[in-house]
Every structure is written in structure tokens, then in C-alpha cells.
Design a protein around this ligand. Structure first.
Ligand SMILES: NC(=O)C1=CN([C@@H]2O[C@H](COP(=O)(O)OP(=O)(O)OC[C@H]3O[C@@H](n4cnc5c(N)ncnc54)[C@H](OP(=O)(O)O)[C@@H]3O)[C@@H](O)[C@H]2O)C=CC1
Ligand SMILES: O=C(CO)COP(=O)(O)O
Length: 332
């Protein structure tokens, strides 16, 4: 496979992944949907809006032309928010060749049907497409700054997983492979809901014990849903599970955690979103995970409380009380 990649989505994560691939000797084209933003990126040689202070390597260029981007490389990496995932696939479909290779770093579910993004790819493009999902504890800024990071690339094709991983892997960025594309996607989508929960608890000033309890019990319910959907238990103990859960529940670089913090401090949903002014994937993920849990009869009490705070105006402190009022039971 040629050493080239097209990255779709010029936000913080798409830009960081494009920088990483380009640094790794890959010809890289980054697509952004906003022509003014793309022109500013090309002019400045960096993404001031989303990744200030991280200059582009020479082998990275930016375009607003989707057809050009799709035809630039046989490997496409989507890093757009989940709400735009399906519509972007519909837009690229006419430009694809007969053996598309699609990877994505988006963390979330389909915002209409709650499907996994791998199911959306099959629905829109067919089941002949080679697919891979990237997930793990990876703040964009730290990757762009070249700080050591590890990620999981999951595909049902070991060969494709290795090809995608090789484009990104280097001495500062370890790209592991996995065959569990379901578990990796569920871990990445659901940890954002737990980061909102942990943020709410910290915003309410509930302390370190509460946070650790939420992370641990959060992992339990993510595993319940993930294994019910076909994921492997071990995946949830790995980078795309526990690794990313710890990262986003405990560090204020996480937008989901900061959103929860704001809610816990008494701010409204719209004010919190405005202050963050970037993707907060845990909001739609809370709704989709809650509905999936109902559909599959999976117990997800933390997700349910986050859903009620976000969509039924439940006061955050009442959500905590509801969790604490649950019946006593065995841990495992
Ligand atoms: N940031 C991170 O550290 C990480 C993020 N992720 C995941 O990556 C995905 C992307 O998030 P991230 O880059 O952080 O988000 P950002 O909020 O940083 O950027 C979002 C980008 O998507 C663009 N966008 C919005 N709507 C559309 C659309 N309809 N079509 C195309 N582009 C659109 C935005 O453009 P505009 O500026 O015009 O709104 C912006 O460029 C999410 O699923 C996130 O969970 C995963 C790992 C790490
Ligand atoms: O997914 C991420 C890190 O792995 C980024 O988390 P936030 O979207 O909460 O900032």
C-alpha cells in the first residue's frame, strides 16, 4: 500500500492525525468542510483554531475539495464528529473506487439509529469495504506535540489493521492492532458518557473516591453493553477501554469531562457547550447508549442518570442521589 493518506475532518483530532502521518513520511492530504478555515490553515501552515502552536510538516497539505481528497490516496481516515459521519460517507461514495479502504477515529454511535459506525459504513457503502476503527487514550494536542501515545487500530482484517497502524506508528506513537472492531468502538463511544459523569461529580465537589467509583462501575457497564453487542471482554481492559476511560475521566483536557464539570457547577447545557466550543460526543453517546441498553436489556445505571440529566432536566445532584439509592448488591 502506498505511503499516503487522506484525512477527513480538520478539527483537532483530524489535524493531529494528519500531522502524525505526515511526520511519519506519509504524503498527507487533510480535508476540511469550511473553505475559509481551510484557506486559513494553508496560509498559516497550522490549525490555529483547533491546534494552536503545532506547525504542519511539509508533506501535509489541506483542501476543501472532497473529491480531490478521496482520490488522493487509497486510504481514507475519517475524523469528523459522529453527527456528520453518515452524511460524509454519502458525500464520498460517488468518488470511491471498487475496493475502498475506510478507517475512522470518530468516537460515537450513529446519531439517528444508534448503530455502530462500522454498521453505518456497511449500510452506506456495502460490505466489500475494508474497515478499521482507531481508538485509545489520545488527546490531540499531546499527539501533535509529539508526546508518547498509544492507540488501538481494530479491523476484522488483520492485514488492513496492520497497514493503517504502520502509517501512524513510530517511536513516539505506538499503534497496536486488534481484531475486535465492535469492542473498540463501544469503548470509545461510551467512555465519553463516563467522562461527563466524572466531570459532574467533580463539579459537585464529591471527591476522589466518587470519581474512582464512577470510573470502575462505568467500566463494568461499558463491558456489559459491549459484550452484549459482540465485543471481547479483554478489549475493555485495553487502550480503547480502560485506557481512554481513565484519560478522559481524570484530565481536564477532555471536553466531555469539562462539560460535566460545568454542569456540576450549576451551568446549563447550552452555556457549557458554548464555553467549550468544540465537539462533546458524550451528549449524543449518552442518548444512544441509553437506548441501546434499553433495547438489549443491559443495566447501565450511570449512563441512565447522565441521559436523564442531559435530556430530562434531572438536576445533577439528584442523579447522584439516584445512583447512591440503588439496592445493595454483589460487585461482580
Ligand atoms: N480531540 C481529540 O483529542 C480526540 C477526538 N476524537 C474524536 O474525533 C472526532 C472529531 O473530534 P475533534 O476533531 O476532536 O472535534 P473538534 O471539535 O476539534 O473539530 C470538529 C471538526 O469537525 C468539523 N465539522 C463539523 N461538522 C462537520 C460536517 N458536517 N462535515 C465535516 N466536518 C464537520 C468542524 O468544522 P467547523 O470548525 O466548521 O465546525 C471541525 O473542523 C470525535 O468523534 C472525537 O470524539 C478521538 C480521539 C481524540
Ligand atoms: O477521546 C479523547 C481522548 O482519547 C478526547 O476526549 P474529549 O472528546 O472528551 O476531549
Amino acid at each position: 500500500m502506498p505511503r499516503s493518506i487522506s484525512v477527513l475532518g480538520a478539527g483537532s483530532w483530524g489535524t493531529a492525525l494528519a500531522i502524525q502521518a505526515a511526520r511519519n513520511g506519509c504524503d498527507t492530504l487533510l480535508w476540511g468542510h469550511n473553505p475559509q478555515h481551510v484557506s486559513a490553515l494553508n496560509k498559516a501552515g497550522k490549525n490555529q483554531r483547533y491546534l494552536a502552536g503545532c506547525p504542519f510538516p511539509a508533506s501535509l497539505t489541506v483542501t476543501d475539495n472532497l473529491q480531490q481528497c478521496v482520490q488522493f490516496s487509497p486510504l481514507l481516515l475519517l475524523s469528523i464528529p459522529s453527527h456528520a459521519f453518515k452524511s460524509t460517507l454519502q458525500q464520498i461514495k460517488p468518488f470511491l473506487d471498487d475496493q475502498p479502504r475506510i478507517a475512522w477515529a470518530t468516537k460515537g454511535f450513529d446519531n439517528d439509529k444508534g448503530s455502530l459506525l462500522s454498521e453505518v459504513v456497511v449500510e452506506i457503502l456495502g460490505d466489500h469495504v475494508l474497515t478499521a476503527a482507531l481508538s485509545g487514550p489520545t488527546f490531540a494536542k499531546e499527539v501533535a506535540d509529539g508526546l508518547p501515545t498509544a492507540i488501538t487500530v481494530a479491523s476484522t482484517s488483520q492485514t488492513f489493521a496492520s497497514q493503517v497502524a504502520a502509517i501512524l506508528h513510530n517511536h513516539r506513537f505506538r499503534a497496536y492492532t486488534s481484531s475486535d472492531i465492535i469492542g473498540v468502538q463501544v469503548g470509545g463511544a461510551c467512555k465519553n458518557v463516563m467522562a461527563i459523569a466524572a466531570g459532574i461529580a467533580d463539579g459537585l465537589g464529591l471527591g476522589a473516591n466518587t470519581r474512582a467509583a464512577l470510573v470502575t462501575r462505568g467500566l463494568t457497564e461499558i463491558m456489559r453493553l459491549g459484550t452484549q453487542l459482540g465485543g471481547q471482554p479483554d478489549t475493555f481492559m485495553g487502550l480503547a477501554g480502560l485506557g481512554d476511560l481513565i484519560l478522559t475521566c481524570t484530565d481536564d483536557q477532555s471536553r466531555n469531562r469539562r462539560f460535566g464539570l460545568a454542569l456540576g457547577q450549576g451551568k446549563g447545557r447550552e452555556q457549557a457547550l458554548q464555553e467549550i466550543n468544540q465537539s462533546v460526543e458524550g451528549i449524543s453517546a449518552a442518548r444512544e447508549a441509553y437506548l441501546l441498553a434499553q433495547k438489549h436489556n443491559v443495566e447501565m445505571p450511570i449512563t441512565e442518570q447522565v441521559y436523564n440529566v442531559l435530556f430530562n432536566n434531572l438536576p445533577p445532584i439528584q442523579a447522584v442521589q439516584n445512583l447512591l439509592a440503588r439496592e445493595q448488591k454483589p460487585e461482580i
